[in-house]
Design a binder for this molecule. Structure first.
Ligand code: ASN
Length: 313
């Protein structure tokens, strides 16, 4: 799809775009209602901070540029994810929080071809103090199932216009270990499992950023991705979290990160104030792409943010 020249009159007035936006509205309302009914506190996003997600080391990102700007004589980064802020919030403030969080990740321009990457997107990002992996699994399974049911009930005509035959996912979703998938399918496991599945599947034990919990004795990472069926691929990542000072510090050093960037969260951990927690973020545009059965994620955004393609608006 050529998104270089976006004809806005065609794009925004188009009945397909209107259906997609109505479905997106229905999904967001359903998920927000679900979280509020379970006692979550709705936090507003922040966009500039000294501390953000390093997105490193992590095989799923290929960041071409990290955006830093100077404000008031201080260097800040644009938000890559609010993971650090989420951890601080559930440690000192409410124990269950969510944010509709805009993230800027300047993915390598080659990624326009995947149909799944954006350089600006929004995640429904949540965190729960003292939660474990299975608590987060059950929460997202229920929330996703309900959101799909609501769309089928309330946006039937829009689904018809998009010629989308949408299956209500069966829960609980299957859980795989990354290692077993790698062994069976090789490096391309994510794509293959996504194409072969009829329901979303959980994949656990993925070596990545310092903040996800790693069992140093067994080598197991208590984190997870959620992979959508029909080739739509990964839509969510999350994990149980590290909270011990020495361990976190050692991992930050191991990853060659700048300790200064994580000063605040390290200080909380050092004082024993960082609570154990678990959480995850669901990519809103990817979820909408799946529910609508679209080929390219750029179709979801009124003003597409496709890697390598900056439009006039
Ligand atoms: N939101 C994710 C999490 O909760 C982090 C990310 O987006 N990289 O783990």
């Amino acid at each position: 799809m050529d998104m270089q020249v976006v004809n806005l009159t065609d794009r925004l007035g188009n009945s397909k775009m209107m259906s997609i936006l109505r479905i997106q509205t229905c999904l967001l309302k359903s998920m927000v209602d679900y979280l509020l009914s379970r006692g979550f506190v709705w936090i507003l996003p922040i966009m500039l901070a000294k501390s953000t997600d390093p997105l490193w080391p992590d095989p799923s990102y290929s960041i071409e540029k990290r955006v830093e700007v100077e404000i008031y004589g201080v260097k800040v980064k644009t938000m890559q994810s609010m993971i650090v802020h989420k951890r601080v919030l559930v440690s000192l403030g409410p124990e269950k929080i969510f944010i509709l969080s805009p993230n800027i990740r300047i993915e390598n321009r080659d990624r326009h071809a995947t149909g799944r990457h954006l350089y600006e997107f929004t995640q429904l990002d949540l965190e729960v103090a003292y939660a474990k992996m299975n608590d987060i699994f059950r929460l997202f399974e229920e929330m996703i199932k309900k959101a799909v049911e609501d769309v089928k009930k309330e946006r039937r005509e829009d689904l018809e216009l998009l010629e989308r035959d949408l299956k209500i996912p069966s829960t609980p979703f299957r859980v795989y270990k990354r290692g077993e998938l790698e062994e069976k399918y090789g490096a391309n496991w994510e794509e293959i499992i996504s194409i072969e599945s009829v329901d979303p599947v959980w994949v656990t034990d993925i070596p990545r950023q310092f903040y996800d919990y790693e069992d140093l004795e067994t080598g197991e990472w208590r984190n997870y991705d959620l992979i959508l069926p029909e080739g739509h691929g990964e839509v969510l990542s999350g994990g149980e979290r590290e909270y011990e000072y020495e361990k976190m510090l050692a991992k930050i050093r191991r990853d060659n990160l700048n300790i200064e960037d994580f000063k605040a969260i390290l200080e909380l951990a050092r004082r024993g104030l960082l609570r154990p927690s678990a959480g995850a973020g669901l990519g809103v545009e990817r979820f909408v792409k799946y529910v609508c059965g679209l080929k390219h994620i750029g179709e979801v955004q009124p003003f597409p943010r496709i890697p390598g393609q900056v439009i006039d608006l």
